[in-house]
Ligand binder design. Structure first.
Ligand code: ZN
Length: 213
């Protein structure tokens, strides 16, 4: 008696865009200038308040990711922004990507962190001043933990778990909040207009790109 083995092949055809990026994400990555438009409250609250997803293998391997990281770096270091950290939702991409200036390392390099998650926070919370590129021209005082343990992927895909302390730990908390749709103003004890920043912004032109609208 012959046994028949039926092998069922499930052909899963996903209607994914190139490299797994959505059409909107591709538009943002390709059409942004090297200094990207930064989402601001309240106009861009839909993007800033949305939770961000991990990158999948297709996106991690894509050329688009390298372009995005380069543009985020240029944006963060541009004189018009001059920040210490940036999260992907701030440039219109709801993915778990942040760039953070590492005050705990020599020469304070700005490094990219992919699929970043905070594992734990510890120590005595202390208040400190904070601002956000997406919430101009305000500043606030926020209570943050002095220590954080983070897990993430390096751009080459290497998984890392790391403990960070000091000011960089505060930046990681601020940037990872962005990935959960949380802004520092949600946590701040006080929020006030920063006159110097308001005046500084006057000297730059901020225009929402046509393709963003
Ligand atoms: Zn921010």
């Amino acid at each position: 008696m012959r046994k028949c083995f039926f092998i069922l092949l499930l052909a899963v055809t996903a209607c994914t865009a190139r490299g797994g990026w959505t059409a909107w994400e591709q538009t943002v990555i390709e059409r942004s200038d090297s200094v990207m438009y930064v989402a601001v409250m309240p106009a861009d609250s839909a993007i800033l308040r949305a939770p961000s997803q991990d990158l999948q293998e297709a996106e991690l391997q894509s050329a688009e990711l390298q372009t995005l990281l380069a543009k985020m770096y240029r944006t963060l270091t541009d004189p018009s922004q001059d920040g210490v950290g940036i999260a992907a939702p701030q440039v219109g991409i709801n993915r778990r990507i942040v760039l953070v200036m590492r005050y705990d390392k020599a020469d304070k390099p700005i490094e990219p962190y992919l699929n970043i998650h905070i594992d734990s926070l510890w120590g005595q919370k202390t208040p400190g001043p904070e601002g956000c590129l997406s919430v101009p021209p305000y500043r606030g005082v926020v209570q943050r933990y002095p220590n954080v343990q983070i897990s993430y992927l390096r751009p080459d895909g290497t998984p890392v778990t790391e403990k960070v302390g000091g000011y960089s730990a505060i930046i990681f908390q601020h940037e990872c909040d962005h990935l959960d749709g949380i802004l520092y103003t949600d946590r701040a004890d006080t929020v006030y207009v920063n006159e110097a920043w308001a005046a500084e912004r006057e000297s730059f032109t901020y225009t929402t790109p046509d393709w963003w609208k």
